[in-house]
Structure formats: C-alpha cells, structure tokens
Design a protein around this ligand. Sequence first.
Ligand code: GUN
Length: 286
Amino acid sequence: MDTHILDGKKVAELVRAEWKVRADKLVQLGVKPGLAVIIVGNNAASAIYVRNKIKACGDIGIYSEVHSFPENAAQDEVLACIQSLNENPHIHGILVQLPLPAHFENNRVITSIATEKDVDGFHLYNVGALVTGNTAFSPCTPYGVMVMLEKNHIPIEGQHAVVVGRSNIVGKPMALMLLEQGATVTICTSKTRDLSQFTKNADILVVATGKPRMITAKMVKPGAVVVDVGINRLPDGKLCGDVDFESVKEIVSYITPVPGGVGPMTITMLLCNTILAAERAQASIK
Ligand code: GUN
C-alpha cells in the first residue's frame, strides 16, 4: 500500500501563514487579537499545553495573557476573572484549560465565558450551534482534523467515518463535523463490544480513546484513512498514539503520526479561532 503520512506540522505551518495575513490586517486596523488563558491547579500536561499555546500566540502576532490559580482556588474567584475578561475589549478569546480540579463545576465555568469569546467552542450555546449546523467556533482538535483532511484533498461526503471516543472535546464534535460534511458516521467507544467489527468498516477512522496502540492492523480496512488523536506517554518516556502506527501504516492510504500529526493542528486552530473572534469584534464596531 502506498501510504501517505498526514504531516500535521506541514499543514499547521500552511494554515498559520494564511491566518497570519488576517492577523496582520487587523493590526493595521488598530486591533491586535488577544487571548486570555486560565489555568487552575498543577496538572503537568496542562502547564505544557498552556506554555505551547502562549508561545504560538507570540509567533503569529496575538497578544496573550495567562491567569493561573492554585489547585484550591474558589470557583467564584475564577468566575470573577472570566467576568472581567468578558468585559475587556483587548481580549477577544478566553480559554479555560481543562481539566479543572474536582470541586469545580465545568459547565458553570465554561458557560460564564461570553459566547463570542469562547474560542474553544465549549460553551453550551456554541455546542448547540455546532449541533444545528450554525457553527460559531469549531472545537480546536476536531477542527484541526477536518482542516488536515481538506488540505490533503481527502473526500468526506458519502464516506463511512468511524469515531472511537465520545468526549465533549474530541469524539462528539468530531462526529458532528464529519456528519455536517456528508459522511455516514458511527460513534464507538473503547468499550464497544467487538469494536473491530465497526473499525474494519471505516473509510475514515478517527481514534481518541487515550488507550496506547489499541487499534491494530487487523482492526483497520486496507486503504482507509486513519487519524490518531491520542497522545500517550509510555513507561520508557516515549510518546505514542492510540493506533499501532508501525503495523497500521503498512495497510492504509493515509495515517497521522504521533507526535507530529493532530497535535500541531489543535493549537493552530485555537490561533485561527482567536483571530476570527477579533475579526468579528472589529466588524461589529464599524
Ligand atoms: N484540555 C485538553 N484539550 C483541551 C482543549 O482543546 N481545550 C481546553 N480548554 N482544554 C483542553
């Protein structure tokens, strides 16, 4: 099989260059796009993600600020911070890094973000907009997957897409976006009985389970397109996805590597959503 590696870094560079032009145009109009990131607690992975997001903002010309709260912070303190960011005209996007500590009510926090600044697309209003095909902000990871498919000219309409994973951040919005583009969509979980019966029928297989290398070659249709959203750290310190890349790459037409596949796209789409939020804010004051 002539396998193509879906190079997320390359597509991310291309998309960032396109959107940098839009960010520069806003700056010329006197509007510098601004993103505020809120992080609560000491989750090591979250700290790394936030650092990477802030660096990417600087590279593309987005102003950014981080609001860090300790693990034992009161929810009301965070809500007050979001309220002041909602009212701050220099901030166009607000992101609360997940997961929050257990004593937080996720929906209470996320729905306190002004819908027009919800660049993660996690506010219930924006989730409803996505469900009804009136998307305001596409959640960054599945949006990145869609853009990667598009930029590689991979057709979606009429294809059977199987999504393994049902999280609010990836699985559910991924399924909705594929459906919107005309795919026939099956949603499975890591616990689906006889999972391979479903995955073997996928023209496009998207895996987001957090289970290292759980998808093996015998579970995949030859010639399929495989997108691996997983990023897992093995005991030896190396990173791997939810797909057994070495065996699966031998039989598919396209596959994303881990790292270097979906990962670089997620942050890129956050930058795009922030620039989009700033464009909309600028248009509304004209
Ligand atoms: N935690 C893991 N992925 C994400 C994401 O896309 N956005 C936020 N806010 N938190 C996350």
